[in-house]
Design a protein around this ligand. Structure first.
Ligand code: ATP
Ligand code: MG
Length: 650
């Protein structure tokens, strides 16, 4: 970004007040902001008391050696005990922890008592395999209950897990095994994906063959397909099933490493983010309680993320289980056997809280309103979004077509690095603005600053920073303190810089504007990709848009847009449509933001976690050969888009 701060072009006037009944019985009220502002550390200490500690902490926060934080210093607890055993001990063993739904239609109901037995057996099996406290375990599994059980078993015995998304290649798995020096890999023969078994074991074999640290590979049978075996393999059903279902959990230090998780790789080389025990569990439990207004007795919570991403760690496993919630866990894709699968699952389990990503919302929006309209979604009461900025029109569509205009939408900003939600509306407090993440949660300090490290005034845009340490913050990059300092703490003095741009509106509420690396410099103005994309998506025929800045002889950079039309829309081809869209953007944001060029495409390049990869679109827009596509979910997309190039110029 240049000297100037980020432009604020989009003005959104719609407001959605919390439903009165929800506000009246909300878990968290507006007072929480004041309480936390008056005594931030006292506020977090109170939240830590949601957990059961074997030994109480001496100091809430040790920040004497910034940016290396220690939270709840001297405290000891066991994460698995907090997520499972204490609920059973409190007489809630019969409560459902997970309604698991396999893609082919098989299902399992797992109570807290079942989970306790399974975690204990798996813990005993890990110990038999020689895994001890402090070892690292790589987990490469589909979305099956054993994934949760494996994570909790590691946490229970104090082994640090590193979950690798099941869609990653053997090369990606190999580098993650090597980086963490993993002793054990837990995998399965495969999982179900788009109606077919999809093998995982051969990918693991290839990766493990090139590593030296792995002693055993523990294999869950899921698909029943034939797999080759190596001398390191142990079947889950052979070793776990015969174990005792008793295991006494030992407490671990509050700063004991709970897991390593590599960021999703939108921008470059993945970083092994390290999260620890007490502070992490405190903030995921609190935010799950506050942001989703979770009522553990009555709610059915469903987070559609994969367990391989941080959202799956914090809001499928640790947050919901710490709070004793009932959740849905679904193995497959939203379009198997048909495009109504998600809505069918909501109807079947009477899901009350639904948490997904903008990429999914835009996809179902593209498929058409009539699909969700065919299901009973009346059980829903709160909707959440995470992963990318949500375009206001996608928010309004989500609210209307999924939430029946009755459910608040919480747009939650956070990162792998932050461990838990940081900026979000509170559903019983905040009057939501479509597209805005609104305010830092109670106990969290964030600001938008310019390049001189001065806070921007209301109405201005700039760099999003976090001013104070928070309990679930990353502690370092695994094995690389230097990179930790350089990546997050070197740009601004004493502040965590997240890499994202944001603006403060007239009321001081926060709007995320995408990554600062993607910001376009048009005739001396810094224009965010998010605002132009949102303007395009506000056209009734558009489902999804991605924009990038391409070198331009006149304006420095010019805006090039890639647009996906809605399936039901007509007249979405040719020069007339392109002109209509260009004029529309100019009308919504002003002539400065009018795209030079718009290409109508069928797909956009996305990472495996579903985020748009704008740097590849920039290559297309500048007629360069396309850069590294290894983190792309589908590399053929780029060929399709490149092929479009010559004819699509306006
Ligand atoms: P990498 O760091 O490897 O490039 P990544 O940033 O995509 O990958 P994640 O930690 O999964 O990895 O994603 C966090 C990022 O996602 C945030 O920094 C932000 O850019 C974006 N993001 C997440 N939630 C929101 C949201 N509600 N609004 C806007 N952006 C969001
Ligand atoms: Mg990131």
């Amino acid at each position: 970004m240049s000297q100037e701060t980020l432009s604020n072009l989009l003005h959104e006037t719609r407001r959605f007040a919390p439903p009165p009944e929800l506000a009246a019985s909300a878990n968290v009220t507006a007072e929480a902001y004041e309480e936390a502002a008056a005594d931030r550390l006292g506020f977090w200490a109170k939240q830590a008391d949601r957990l059961t500690w074997a030994k109480r902490w001496d100091t809430v926060l040790d920040w004497t050696n910034p940016p290396f934080a220690k939270w709840f210093v001297g405290g000891e607890l066991n994460v698995a005990y907090n997520c499972v055993d204490r609920h059973v001990e409190a007489g809630r063993g019969g409560k459902v922890a997970f309604h698991w739904e396999g893609e082919p239609g098989d299902s399992r109901t797992i109570t807290y008592a079942d989970l306790q037995r399974e975690v204990n057996k798996a813990s005993n099996a890990l110990l038999e395999l020689g895994v001890v406290k402090g070892d690292r375990v790589a987990i490469y599994l589909p979305m099956i209950p054993e994934a949760v059980v494996s994570m909790l078993a590691c946490a229970r015995i104090g082994a640090t897990h590193s979950v690798v998304f099941g869609g990653f290649s053997s090369e990606a798995l190999k580098t993650r095994i090597q980086d963490a020096d993993a002793k054990l890999v837990i995998t399965s023969d495969g999982g179900y994906r788009r109606g077919k078994p999809s093998a995982l074991k051969p990918i693991v074999d290839e990766a493990v063959a090139e590593t030296t640290s792995v002693e055993h590979v523990l294999v869950v049978r899921r698909t029943g397909e034939e797999v080759a075996t190596t001398g390191k393999d142990v079947w889950w059903h052979d070793i776990v099933d015969r174990q005792s279902d008793q295991h006494e959990a030992q407490p671990h230090d509050s700063e004991h490493p709970l897991y390593i998780l590599y960021t999703s790789g939108t921008t470059g080389r993945p970083k092994g983010i390290l999260h620890t025990t007490g502070g992490y569990l405190t903030q995921v439990a609190y935010t799950h309680h506050a942001v989703f207004d979770l009522k553990p007795e009555t709610d059915v919570f469903w987070c559609t993320a994969d367990i391989g991403w941080v959202t799956g760690h914090s809001y499928i496993v640790y947050g919901p289980l710490a709070n004793g919630a009932t959740s849905v866990l679904y193995e497959g894709t939203p379009d198997t056997p048909d495009r109504g699968r998600w809505w069918d699952i909501i109807q079947k389990y009477k899901v009350t809280i639904f948490y997904t990503a903008p990429t999914a919302i835009r996809t179902v929006m593209k498929w058409g309103d009539d699909i969700p309209a065919g299901y009973d979604l009346s059980s829903l009461r709160i909707l959440g979004s995470v992963g990318e900025p949500i375009n206001p029109e996608a928010y309004v569509w989500y609210r209307e077509h999924i939430g029946g205009n009755r459910c608040p939408v919480v747009d939650t900003w956070w990162q792998t690095e932050t461990g838990a939600i940081m900026i979000s509306p509170l559903p019983g407090v905040t009057s939501g603005k479509p597209g805005a993440a609104m305010r830092p949660l109670p106990g969290i300090a964030a600001d938008v600053i310019d390049d001189q490290q001065q806070p921007v005034p209301n109405g201005g845009g700039g760099f999003l920073v976090l001013n104070e340490p928070w309990p679930s913050m990353l502690r370092t990059i695994w094995g690389d303190d230097k990179r930790f300092l350089e990546t997050y703490w070197s740009r601004f003095d004493g502040l965590y810089f997240a890499g994202d741009g944001a603006k403060k509106d007239e009321d001081g509420d926060l709007w995320l504007l995408g990554r600062v690396d993607d910001v376009m410099l048009i005739s001396g103005h810094n224009i965010s990709t998010t605002e132009v994309e949102s303007a395009l998506v506000s056209h009734p025929k558009v489902a999804e848009a991605a924009v990038t800045g391409a070198t331009d002889p006149i304006t420095g950079q010019a805006i090039v847009a890639f647009v996906i039309a809605r399936a039901a829309a007509e007249g979405t081809e040719g020069a007339d449509f392109v002109k209509e869209l260009r004029d529309h953007v100019s009308k919504v944001l002003g002539p400065i933001a009018k795209p030079r060029q718009i290409m109508i495409v069928a797909e956009l390049p996305k990472t495996r976690s579903g985020k748009i990869m704008r740097r590849l679109l920039k290559d297309v827009a500048e007629n360069r050969s396309i850069g590294d596509v290894t983190t792309l979910a589908d590399s053929t997309v780029m060929d399709l888009i490149s092929a479009k190039l010559p004819s699509a110029t306006d």
